[in-house]
Design a protein around this ligand. Structure first.
Ligand SMILES: NC(=O)c1ccc[n+]([C@@H]2O[C@H](COP(=O)([O-])OP(=O)(O)OC[C@H]3O[C@@H](n4cnc5c(N)ncnc54)[C@H](OP(=O)(O)O)[C@@H]3O)[C@@H](O)[C@H]2O)c1
Length: 311
């Protein structure tokens, strides 16, 4: 049995349930790649799984972290698009182990070639957050040039991509954030930034075409009235009141992000063209995964946190 280092959870709870240990190195099956992990993105989904609150992902022990960037170590049967040594990135399947490990198995059809102009750490900051922003704005809301979009949580992992992608599309962007996020979101190109701790966004915004809600709860409840008639709210978190669309004459959709090699390839191209940039605010080692979880659960973090696993 060949061993590798990984971080696993054996029980649900706080960051201390993340255990750095030796586990069996996986093998790629048909249609899969074995990826030598250079970096793994750290996401709110990871800590939600860690606490046991994601109903669809409750199995133990489990390696968290489904954003991967690395090099192809070997390929399973019927894989022709990739070969050993290729630099790749993508979103792993949540029904399998994740990327807080030296090696991870990925479905070849979900993987894309790494952008040439950024390193593995920045590449690992892309998959779920950039796909969530892309799929919310373009696949679900059909955002077009000249429209106005209000982005709640604009300084976070998903929000900082959404601000840039919406500007690239030619939309007018209003972002809500606080603290250090205010200058950050302005620097990303937002036309207006609202400090949600001091200003009620529903006093400031009217007739938005799209609301991207990355927060839920009270923030969502106050968002219906800022949409124009026929406008759309896309939430990555929840739909709090299913009958609201009829009352306000607006539409609502819940994001369920899905892997897409095609969309990752378009995102990689935008990065290499200098039109989109991932922001990584902290890098941790694999052994420090606990600290990474503590960090992303604290406030005033901009952009992403990433585990760097090898050079
Ligand atoms: N459904 C899906 O497929 C899907 C996909 C991706 C993500 N998600 C979910 O979407 C949510 C956002 O993900 P993320 O990765 O962007 O999280 P994140 O990196 O933690 O970012 C959230 C941001 O929201 C800000 N914030 C907190 N309260 C706010 C408020 N009331 N108004 C405006 N901004 C506020 C925080 O800034 P402060 O520093 O000011 O607190 C933080 O920067 C998470 O719940 C995640 O699990 C769902």
């Amino acid at each position: 049995m060949t061993l590798m280092k990984a971080v696993r959870i054996h029980s649900y709870g706080g960051p201390d349930v993340l255990v750095h240990e030796d586990v069996q190195k996986p093998e790629p099956a048909q249609g899969e790649l074995l990826v030598a992990v250079h970096a793994a993105g750290v996401n709110p989904f990871d800590w939600k799984v860690r606490t046991g609150s994601v109903k669809g992902v409750r199995r133990l022990p489990l390696i968290p972290g489904w954003d991967v960037a690395g090099t192809v170590e070997s390929v399973g049967a019927e894989v022709s698009r990739f070969k050993p040594g290729d630099a790749v990135f993508g979103l792993l399947s949540v029904v399998k182990d994740g990327a807080y490990a030296e090696y991870a198995v990925a479905k070849a059809k979900n993987m894309a070639f790494k952008p040439r102009s950024i390193d593995f750490v920045h590449t690992a900051a892309l998959p779920v957050s950039a796909l969530a922003a892309w799929q919310s704005l373009f696949d679900l809301a059909d955002l077009s040039s000249g429209q106005t979009v209000l982005i709640h949580g604009a300084s976070g992992g998903v929000g900082h991509y959404a601000v840039q992608l919406a500007k690239w599309k030619g939309a007018r962007v209003i972002g809500t954030t606080s603290g250090g996020g205010i200058d950050f979101v302005r620097d990303l190109g937002a036309d207006e930034v609202i400090d949600f701790r001091n200003v009620r966004f529903d006093d400031r915004v009217r007739d938005a075409d799209v609301v991207l809600d990355l927060i839920g709860g009270e923030t969502q409840k106050r968002s219906w009235q800022v949409l124009r008639k026929g406008g759309i709210l896309v939430s990555s978190v929840e739909i709090t009141s299913p009958d609201t669309d009829a009352r306000y004459d607006v539409r609502q959709k819940l994001l369920m992000v899905h892997p897409s090699a095609d969309e990752l390839t378009r995102i990689a191209a935008l990065i290499d063209e200098g039109k989109l940039r991932p922001v990584v605010s902290r890098v941790f080692s694999l052994a420090d995964a606990r600290k990474a979880h503590e960090f992303i659960q604290s406030t005033d973090m901009q952009g992403k946190a990433v585990l760097k696993i090898r050079d």
